[in-house]
Design a protein. Structure first.
Length: 469
């Protein structure tokens, strides 16, 4: 780099790497880009020439077009770009024409790089605009994504077959017998282990309803719950001809459970979900999130905004940042878990929802035969701390900026009035942070486990989101 990289620089390049990994998963050369204005993410882009049948659809061009559209101006004065690979001549020319203030790239491109490797368009004194160029930020990480992609191409490894899911030595797998006959949970399991971030871990997800449904509801659970949480909502959604996808996070439900808590991080779980969305090619998505699943899930739509059409958030909140540093509900949960690392799951769930039957309580316990299976439960509360670290500040700020200024879909926020963790004030703050969101829906008789309440809330959500289908 010409200058010393700041923490913000590194955070923005990590967002560009998110885009590059998504490009790789779509079969495109993995290059990603983000455009920044006033320290906030304005637009993102990833390579898409193959999918778009467009030779100009490089990550930089995609990001520039979106930024210009949002600003209503083909000149991007004051904007900066972070891109994982040194730009080619086409993209360099577009950057100069758009009047970018600064471009930061990761890996050098010795074959087509036009910012110093093959030629340097940015150093031409005859041009009437000069964009500052800096290279080498997170160069090893950016290069590694490219090298892995082309290695697979060269040696013809491709993806593993869907039917092969060997258990890793550092993970546990809950016996299938523990999931037999669970009340209200009749759906067939689906598995994948070939997402690049999984590194062979087996991920379980439900996938019900037609692939071409008007809407796809992506339902994300928190901790210590799993996809069983949505068993009462799923039939209501399916009755109207919609599709429902409900994954179990790694460490939960029918998914594999790494033995060590260090296997879990916020970025790991987020990237797995982004790759699953790409793998299933989810379109017209209504994001349904609850509890800790919201803290994670609400960071997803900004990575692929065209896939998302709605959000239904229950008893959760957005990641914290400098403007909104507190997320008291998650802080309370984190402290409680630290004091009670071996808490009784069945007793905890009935405290959160007093009308759970004994069989339903035991269903929540089913994925965890003993403490060895609970590394994910112990690790998840610490992920709130992850988000307060400098490396994630850009992600948190970008998430809040996206929901506050860029979100264009329909939004519904609901909470249980008996919830001791997320109250009226916190849920009101969430609703006000989401562009176009109305007043939160308070459910009088429900506590924290809002998806466990009667069918009326699900029916209300169906009517609300069908208006946009």
């Amino acid at each position: 780099m010409n200058n010393v990289a700041t923490e913000s620089d590194q955070g923005f390049m990590q967002l560009a790497l998110d885009q590059a990994r998504q490009a790789a998963f779509a079969g495109e050369v993995p290059v990603g880009a983000v455009v920044i204005k006033d320290g906030k993410v304005l637009a993102t882009g990833r390579n898409a020439p193959i999918g778009e049948h467009d030779p100009t659809a490089h990550a930089e061009i995609v990001a520039l077009r979106e930024a210009a559209r949002l600003l209503g101006n083909y000149r991007l004065d004051g904007c900066e770009m972070y891109v994982t690979l040194e730009p080619c001549a086409m993209c360099s020319g577009a950057m100069l024409h758009s009047r970018l203030k600064r471009v930061v790239f990761g890996a050098a491109d010795p074959k087509t790089g036009a910012a110093g490797s093959v030629l340097n368009l940015f150093s031409n004194d005859a041009l009437n605009h000069h964009t500052r160029i800096e290279g080498g930020l997170l160069a090893q990480e950016c290069a590694a994504v490219l090298q892995a992609f082309f290695k697979d191409k060269r040696i013809g490894q491709g993806l593993q077959k869907q039917t092969q899911h060997p258990l890793r030595d550092d993970a546990l797998r809950t016996p299938d017998a523990r999931f037999q006959g669970l009340p209200g949970y009749p759906w067939q399991p689906h598995y994948c282990s070939d997402l690049s971030t999984l590194q062979g871990l087996r991920l379980h997800y439900l996938d019900e309803g037609p692939a071409d449904a008007p809407l796809t509801y992506l339902c994300l659970h928190g901790s210590p719950s799993w996809s069983y949480l949505y068993r009462k909502m799923i039939p209501v959604l399916l009755q109207t001809g919609q599709r429902v996808v409900a994954p179990d996070l790694i460490g939960f439900g029918r998914s594999d459970k790494p033995k060590k808590e260090t296997a879990h991080s916020f970025s790991f779980h987020r990237q797995v979900l982004l790759e699953l969305i790409e793998r299933l090619d989810l379109q017209r998505v209504v994001l349904v999130v609850h509890g800790w699943g919201g803290l994670l899930g609400l960071t997803l739509p900004m990575a692929a905004p065209r896939r998302f059409q709605g959000v239904f958030a229950m008893n959760t909140t957005l990641p914290p940042n400098e403007e909104a540093p507190s997320a008291s509900g998650f802080e309370t949960w984190q402290v409680w878990c630290e004091k009670n690392p071996a808490f009784n799951i069945a007793q905890h769930m009935v405290r959160e929802c007093h009308y759970l039957s004994a069989d339903e309580r035991e269903a929540y316990v089913a994925p965890f035969p003993n403490q060895g299976f609970r590394a994910g439960i112990r690790a998840v509360p610490q992920m709130f701390v992850d988000l307060t670290h400098s490396a994630n500040k850009s992600l948190c700020s970008a998430t809040r900026a996206f929901w506050g200024t860029q979100w264009t879909g329909r939004s519904m926020v609901a909470f249980g009035l008996q919830d001791p963790i997320f109250g009226t004030n916190e849920m009101g703050n969430l609703a006000r942070s989401i562009r176009g969101c109305g007043v939160p829906v308070g459910v009088p008789e429900s506590g924290h486990l809002l998806p466990e309440c009667d069918e009326q809330l699900a029916q209300r959500a169906v009517r609300f989101f069908m208006e946009s289908a």
